[in-house]
Design a protein around this ligand. Structure first.
Ligand code: AMP
Length: 222
């Protein structure tokens, strides 16, 4: 199914809490391609109080999508950088059909196209349980689950040694809205990429390592 070779232009898709970030961090190290998370880029901008951060925060705190023109411009700049010449793994982008079309256009201008879109499937009740127990490192973005994947030292990031946080948008009411937005705006991308023959469907339940293994197998890197 995949073009093969060493170049890997990938997207990871799935509802909030499907494990996109966790899998993306692992895969980007394994495949040696940059992990680009639009959520992480926005959160960094919010921490640094840049104009982008101030604008994005108005939407993120309500669980709404940041407008396409802001997000597309940001991703265009990011994938134009040197480190993306050998591939990338996009996490959290695209999230709308308009974003997916814009991405196709940006890649086409460079003579490129996506090699695979990994869709992680997880039922809503599992998502709610995951997000309410999720804690994240505000510095490196690494995520933990208080029950199933806790940090070595309680409340502290294994890598950065700083206190973990419960993202405001991981609280229950905001999660419900993020899920609604996901099904309305992002889920249509499943068909979009199925039609292009590059959708890789993966069961996102179960152990992190097992899921990672099945993704690598499909990518021919197992
Ligand atoms: P994430 O960490 O991927 O769950 O993203 C957190 C929040 O950032 C989302 O709930 C959106 O408000 C915003 N966001 C991230 N990526 C996008 C995107 N591609 N388009 C619009 N908003 C986004």
């Amino acid at each position: 199914m995949l073009r093969g070779g060493d170049l890997m232009y990938l997207v990871i898709l799935g509802p909030p809490g499907a494990g996109k970030g966790t899998q993306a961090k692992f895969l980007s190290e394994k495949l040696n391609i940059p992990h680009i998370s639009t959520g992480d880029i926005f959160r960094e901008a919010i921490r640094e109080k840049t104009p982008l951060g101030v604008k994005a925060n108005r939407y993120i705190e309500k669980g709404e999508l940041v407008p396409d023109e802001v997000t597309v411009g940001m991703i265009k700049e990011r994938i134009g950088r040197e480190d993306c010449q050998k591939g990338f793994l996009l996490d959290g982008f695209p999230r709308t059909v308009a974003q997916a079309e814009a991405l196709e256009k940006i890649l086409k201008e460079k003579g490129l196209s996506l090699d695979g879109v990994i869709a992680l499937y997880v039922p809503d009740e599992v998502i709610l349980e995951r997000l309410t127990f999720r804690r994240s490192c505000p510095q490196c973005g690494r995520v933990y689950h208080l029950k199933y994947n806790p940090p070595l030292k309680e409340g502290v990031c294994d890598k950065c040694g700083i206190p973990l946080v419960h993202r405001e948008d991981d609280k229950e009411e905001v999660i419900m809205n993020r899920l609604k937005v996901y099904y309305e705006k992002t889920n249509p991308l499943i068909d979009f990429y199925k039609k292009r023959g590059i959708l890789i469907e993966i069961d996102g339940r179960g152990a992190i390592e097992e899921i990672a293994k099945s993704i690598l197998e499909v990518l021919g890197k197992g």
